[in-house]
Write a protein that binds this ligand. Structure first.
Ligand code: NAP
Length: 448
C-alpha cells in the first residue's frame, strides 16, 4: 500500500487516484469463524481481545456498484469490536451468514474471517459504477449505518429499515484495516482541521449521542434540561456531555474516578458525581457478596438526592447505556414527565425497574440505535465547524489493536482510542490550520 500512501501524501489528482492498483490482499484486524467457540466457559471479563483479534493479510473483495474502496488512514475502537472479539452476546458470523443470503453482492460478506471496525477516516480510491457524489482522492470519514437504499423501509428513518446493519460489526470489510469497502451513502467529509486519528474517532459515538439527545428521533433535549449522563467521559458519554453543554442544558455527569472528573472540569462541567466515591449499591449483595437479584430502592433515592443537591432538580433526561446495573436507578431518578433514552446494556441486557415510578410519573423510555445518514451528517457537520470535538485520549498502531480493545473492555481508557492504519505517524492530515488553532485547547481535553 506504499503507492497509495505516496499518492495521499503527494495530494495526487482524482485521475491519479483512480489509476492506482488495488492490491489483491490487505492488512486487516479480523476474527476467525473457527474460533467462535473459543471462550466457552470463560467469564466475560476474562475473555481477552488480544487473543481473538488477529492482524494479517485478507483477500480484497470486489467492489459493488454503490460502494467505494477506501484507503484507511486511521480507525478507532468501539465497544462493538469488544463484543465481536469476545463473541458476545452472539458470534457475529451468524449475522454475516444471514446478510449473505440477501443478494449476489452480499455473498462476499460470508467468509471464514470478519474484518472488524466501525469507524474510519481516509481517502477514496476507486468508486463503483453507480457512485455519483464522491470521487477518487476525496478525504472522508465513514459512518457505520449500512442499509440497502432500494428497500422501501429505509426511506423514513433508515435506522428502522428491515435490513439495517452496523458496518464492521454486522458486515465484513470494516475499518480496522488498511483498506475498506464502504457504501457511498456512508461517506461524509473529513473535518479539515483534524488529524487522521482525530477524524477517525467521531462518527460512531458522536452520531449515536446526537440522535439520542438532539435529533428528532431521540429525547429532543431543550435549553435548561437537566441531563444525567452515565459514563460521561466514555465514548458516547463524552459527546453527550458536549451536546448538553452546547445546547444550553445542564449536564450532571457520572464518572468513576477523580481523573475522569478532572477531564469534565476542563470541559466546563459543574455537576459531577464520582460513582466510586459515592459507592452506590443499586443491587443488594447476596450472602456470597455477589448481587442477590434484588434492587435497593433506598440507593436509587440516594442517587436522586445527590443529583438534587448538586443542581436543585431531578433529571429531565437520563442518558442510559450501562444497562442492568443502573437501569432501575435511571428509571427512578428521571423527573415526572422525563425521558430515559437508552442505546445499550454494557452490564447486562435484561432490565428490571419498578413500573409504578414510571407510569405514575408519566415518564417516557426511548430506545435509540446509532443514527441515520442525515443525523450522522449533522453530527459530522458540527465537528467540521469546530463545535463538537474529538475526545481522543490515545493512539495505537494496527498491530496493537488487541491491546486497545482490551483497555476498552476493562474500562481503563477515557474517551476514544484511535488506531493508525496507513497513517505512518500521528499528527498528519490537517488542511485547515486556522480552525485548528482556534479550537486547539479543546482538542487536548482527553489526551493522556
Ligand atoms: P465506553 O467508552 O466503555 O464508555 C462507557 C462508560 O460507561 C465507561 O467508561 C464507564 O464510565 C461507564 N460504565 C460502564 N459500566 C458501567 C456500570 N456498570 N455502571 C455505571 N457506569 C458504567 O463505551 P461507549 O463507547 O461509551 O459505549 C457504551 C455502550 O454503548 C456500549 O455497550 C456500546 O456497545 C454501546 N453503544 C451503542 C451504540 C448504538 O448505536 N446502539 C453506539 C455506541 C455505543 P465510568 O467508569 O467513568 O463511570
Amino acid at each position: 500500500m506504499q503507492h497509495v500512501l505516496d499518492a495521499i501524501q503527494a495530494n495526487a489528482s482524482a485521475e491519479a487516484f483512480a489509476d492506482l492498483t488495488i492490491p489483491d490482499s490487505y492488512r486487516a484486524v479480523h476474527v476467525l469463524r473457527s474460533e467462535q467457540e473459543m471462550w466457552k466457559g470463560v467469564a466475560t471479563r476474562d475473555k481477552d481481545p488480544r487473543r481473538s483479534l488477529h492482524i494479517g493479510e485478507v483477500p480484497t473483495p470486489a467492489v459493488a456498484p454503490d460502494e467505494v474502496y477506501l484507503a484507511v488512514m486511521a480507525s478507532s475502537i468501539n465497544f462493538n469490536t469488544v463484543w465481536t472479539s469476545i463473541f458476545e452476546p452472539v458470534s457475529t458470523f451468524g449475522p454475516l451468514a444471514r446478510l449473505a443470503r440477501e443478494s449476489e453482492w452480499a455473498k462476499r460478506h460470508d467468509q471464514p474471517y470478519q474484518v472488524v471496525g466501525s469507524d474510519a477516516a481516509g481517502v477514496v480510491l476507486q468508486v463503483g459504477s453507480a457512485v455519483r457524489n464522491w470521487r477518487p482522492g476525496d478525504r472522508v470519514t465513514v459512518h457505520c449505518n449500512h442499509v440497502d437504499d432500494q428497500d422501501h423501509s429505509a426511506h423514513d428513518d433508515s435506522m428502522v429499515a428491515a435490513n439495517q446493519r452496523i458496518w464492521g460489526y454486522e458486515t465484513n470489510f470494516g475499518g480496522l484495516a488498511e483498506l475498506a469497502v464502504v457504501k457511498a451513502n456512508q461517506l461524509m467529509p473529513k473535518p479539515a482541521h483534524l488529524t487522521w486519528e482525530e477524524a477517525a474517532v467521531n462518527a460512531l459515538c458522536n452520531s449515536t449521542s446526537y440522535r439520542m439527545l438532539v435529533g428528532r428521533n431521540g429525547a429532543r433535549m431543550k435549553q435548561g434540561d437537566v441531563v444525567l449522563i452515565w459514563g460521561a467521559t466514555g465514548g458516547i458519554g463524552a459527546y453527550a456531555t458536549q451536546y448538553v453543554l452546547n445546547g444550553g442544558g445542564i449536564p450532571v455527569c457520572m464518572v468513576s474516578s477523580e481523573a475522569k472528573a478532572s477531564i469534565l472540569r476542563r470541559m466546563g462541567v459543574q455537576h459531577i458525581i464520582d460513582r466510586t466515591a459515592a459507592g452506590y449499591q443499586f443491587w443488594k449483595a447476596g450472602p456470597d457478596g455477589g448481587p442477590e437479584g434484588v434492587q435497593d430502592e433506598s440507593e436509587w433515592r440516594r442517587l436522586g438526592k445527590d443529583i438534587r443537591d448538586l443542581c436543585g432538580e431531578d433529571p429531565d433526561i437520563v442518558f442510559e447505556h450501562p444497562g442492568r446495573s443502573t437501569f432501575g436507578a435511571s428509571m427512578y431518578v428521571a423527573k415526572r414527565g422525563g425521558t430515559i433514552v437508552t442505546c445499550a446494556a454494557t452490564s447486562g441486557f435484561t432490565m428490571e425497574f419498578d413500573n409504578r415510578h414510571f407510569w405514575m410519573r408519566s415518564k417516557r423510555l426511548i430506545g435509540s440505535h446509532f443514527a441515520n445518514y442525515k443525523e450522522a451528517w449533522e453530527a459530522n457537520r458540527l465537528v467540521c465547524k469546530g463545535m463538537i470535538h474529538p475526545v481522543l485520549s490515545q493512539v495505537f498502531t494496527l498491530d496493537a489493536t488487541g491491546e486497545a480493545a482490551y483497555q476498552v473492555h476493562h474500562n481503563v481508557h477515557e474517551g476514544k482510542i484511535a488506531v493508525l492504519a496507513l497513517a505512518p505517524a500521528p499528527g498528519q492530515g490537517v488542511t485547515d490550520e486556522v480552525l485548528r488553532a482556534e479550537v486547539a485547547d479543546r482538542l487536548d481535553w482527553f489526551r493522556r
